[in-house]
Design a protein around this ligand. Sequence first.
Ligand code: ZN
Length: 50
Amino acid sequence: MAERVISIMVCSGCKSKNYHFVTGKKKERKLEISKFCRKCRKHTPHKETK
Ligand SMILES: [Zn+2]
């Protein structure tokens, strides 16, 4: 059985759940990543949540 971890990235500005990733290894998980937010209309730091 492969362990799958779904990481949901939440915008730190408006708290929108804009992105989610399916990762298999904990090593590959990033706690914070800069992504484009549609609501903020700019790149904002997105933090991982569950
Ligand atoms: Zn936002």
